[in-house]
Design a protein. Sequence first.
Length: 113
Amino acid sequence: QVQLVESGGGLVQPGGSLRLSCAASGIIFSINKMQWYRQAPGKERELVASIGSGGVTNYADSVKGRVTISRDNAKKTVYLQMNSLKPEDTAVYYCTRQRPPYWGQGTQVTVSS
């Protein structure tokens, strides 16, 4: 049974940092391309970052330079380090496997003073 369990969300002030984690089980993690999406209320879902099995990364323009995606295949975990957070980063963040698609339950990130 596939499971993707996100953690690390919370309330942070503008300019602060958070590190999201996504622990995977039930999959051969190392061969999967993993992604982080986010969805804010009233907005379309956005692909934030992705990391391939070989470690190649891609980022949305909206987060480039502030966000780093990484993976630890031994721990079957993908991370999203977010720095210089802005109120517009407020959203539910989802960890996903690209193919076949599978989504975690999401973790809320709120950036507010």
